[in-house]
Design a protein around this ligand. Structure first.
Ligand code: UDP
Ligand code: MG
Length: 338
């Protein structure tokens, strides 16, 4: 039996690229000749993105548009799309056409040939991005691998194909600071790279502000490594040794020379110690905060509306496709489910 394909793209203020993205994705999927669906998620855009999506969903049986109530961020918007995908193969891709949809065919081919569970796009080149972005990303992925327990392939983004089984595991993972590429690596299975050149954005500008990038990096490091906690203990130990040395030094100088001075060095030490203590209390707070948030178990995102049926109408798997897939266990639905 033919495999089915889902293409999932999160979109945040992508009115300039969405029509072209849909055109190229539909063309790429049609060429494959598999039953397919394209799921676009509007991550609380303030431009015409949702309007365009809705029209596309009404015009094409295969397009399903999902609107989130507000901006939840790239990784959560992607998670929402993945939770609704029904295909045997699920491809996640950015809407800005930096990842060429034409490569989806190659991914499917590679997945079949190599019997892979995951095919991930690995960038050879990144066109049209600032030197700072390319270099910081390069450094970031190397640093991440040095500190994390899970090995995350270098220079990969969220352009990848996953088998249904992998997606099911991913969707069932409750964590809310979702660093999807790390989570997929963590799941494991047979994961093979597809090398490609990353294009420049088709239009518009990056939706990753510096703030979003920093939050993203923090999620990656803290969710996938306990390294920072060990640094705290090592530093704590080193500081303790140093304090003893300082104390000895103070006592010795007390006997050898006169000691009204030393105020400056004393203050320095106190400040240094306090700053470190506060820093590590903050670091601990990060971890504790995450436990707290998990305890709260709020929904990860809120779906406002869904247009179109995607694979559930195209239907190859007769019975179960008529029923919408169970929504994400941690999603909250604004509308009443049919
Ligand atoms: N995106 C999103 N929500 C956000 C930020 C980004 O859904 O809060 C989407 C965006 O529309 C795009 C993808 O995530 O499809 C990647 O974002 P972008 O291309 O701006 O990031 P960059 O490629 O510059 O790292
Ligand atoms: Mg981009």
């Amino acid at each position: 039996m033919d495999k089915t394909l889902s293409i999932v793209a999160p979109c945040y203020n992508e009115e300039e690229v969405l029509p072209e993205f849909l055109r190229r994705s539909i063309a790429a999927a049609e060429k494959l000749g598999l039953p397919y669906e394209i799921i676009v998620v509007d991550d609380g855009s303030s431009d015409r993105t949702w309007k365009l999506m809705k029209e596309a969903a009404r015009g094409h049986l295969q397009v399903q548009a999902i609107k989130l109530l507000r901006n939840h961020g790239h990784q959560l918007a992607l998670s929402a799309g993945l939770a609704h995908a029904r295909g045997d193969y699920v491809v996640s891709i950015d809407a800005d056409l930096q990842d060429p949809p034409e490569l989806i065919g190659d991914m499917v081919q590679l997945a079949t040939d190599e019997d892979a569970d995951v095919v991930y796009g690995q960038r050879k080149m990144r066109a049209g991005e600032t030197w700072l972005k390319v270099q910081s990303a390069r450094l970031f992925y190397r640093f991440l691998n040095a500190v994390t327990a899970v090995s995350i392939p270098l220079d990969t983004g969220d352009f990848r194909l996953m088998r249904r089984e992998i997606v099911d595991v991913l969707v069932s993972m409750p964590e809310r600071h979702r660093f999807v590429r790390g989570m997929v690596s963590w799941i494991g299975g047979r994961q093979v790279p597809l090398l490609y050149d990353r294009d420049a954005r088709f239009a518009g500008e990056t939706k990753y502000t510096l703030r979003k990038m920093l939050a993203f990096s923090a999620d990656a490091v803290i969710s996938f490594s306990r390294g920072p906690l060990s640094i705290a203990s090592y530093m704590g130990a080193a500081m303790a040794v140093m304090s003893v040395a300082f104390a000895l030094w103070a006592i010795i100088t007390f006997f050898i020379t006169e000691t009204a001075a030393g105020w400056a060095s004393l203050m320095t030490v106190i400040f240094l110690q306090f700053s470190l203590v506060f820093f590590f209390i903050g670091l601990l707070g990060e971890y504790v905060g995450r436990i707290f948030e998990l305890g709260q178990s709020r929904p990860l995102y809120i779906v406002r509306q869904i247009e179109g049926d995607g694979l559930s109408k195209v239907g190859t798997r007769d019975d179960d496709l008529a029923i919408p897939r169970a929504p994400h266990r941690y999603a909250s639905l604004w509308y009443r489910h049919r």
